[in-house]
Design a protein around this ligand. Structure first.
Ligand code: IDP
Ligand code: MG
Length: 136
C-alpha cells in the first residue's frame, strides 16, 4: 500500500534550548521520514493561542501558549509513508514518563509540558497545521 503523507512537527523550546535540533532530525531521517521544509522561528503568545485553539478549554491552555512562545522553535513539514501516525510513534506518549523506549519524548522530554516535540494527530489537523506555518 502506498500512502505518502505530510505532517507538521515542532521542536519545542525546551529541546531547541538544549541544542537537540540535529539529534531529533536524525531520528526522523533514520525512520525514513523526509524533512521537506524546516524553519526556526519565535512565535508570539497570540500565535501560540491560535495554533493550540483546540485546547482552549483545557486548564493548561494558558501555560501551554506561554510555553510555546517562550523561545525559538523549529517547525518542519515531515513527509513519508503514513507520516502522521509514524511521527506520533516516533514522538512517543504526551507524558515522557509513559513514552516507549527510544521515542523522542522518552529520550529527551523533561515533563508533560516540556515534552520536546509536537506532531499533528490527524490528516485534517496536519493540513491545517502545515498551512498555519507554511502558507504565505
Ligand atoms: P500531544 O502533544 O501528545 O498531541 P495533546 O493532548 O494534544 O498532546 O496536548 C498538547 C500539549 O499540551 C502536550 O504536548 C503537552 O505539552 C501539553 N499538555 C497536555 N496535557 C497536559 C497536562 O495535563 N498538563 C500540562 N500540559 C499538558
Ligand atoms: Mg495534540
Amino acid at each position: 500500500m502506498n500512502n505518502r503523507e505530510q505532517t507538521l512537527s515542532i521542536i519545542k523550546p525546551d529541546a531547541v534550548e538544549r541544542n537537540l535540533i540535529d539529534d531529533i532530525k536524525k531520528i526522523f531521517i533514520s525512520n525514513n521520514i523526509n524533512i521537506k521544509n524546516s524553519k526556526k522561528i519565535h512565535i508570539t503568545k497570540d500565535e501560540a493561542a491560535e495554533f493550540y485553539k483546540v485546547h482552549q478549554s483545557k486548564p493548561f491552555y494558558n501555560d501551554l501558549c506561554a510555553y510555546l512562545s517562550s523561545g525559538p522553535i523549529v517547525v518542519m513539514i515531515l513527509e513519508g509513508e503514513n507520516a502522521i501516525l509514524a511521527n506520533r510513534k516516533i514522538m512517543g506518549a504526551t507524558d515522557p514518563r509513559k513514552a516507549e523506549e527510544n521515542t523522542i519524548r522518552k529520550l529527551y522530554g523533561i515533563s508533560i509540558d516540556k515534552n520536546s516535540v509536537h506532531g499533528s494527530d490527524s490528516k485534517e489537523n496536519a493540513k491545517k497545521e502545515i498551512d498555519f506555518f507554511f502558507k504565505d
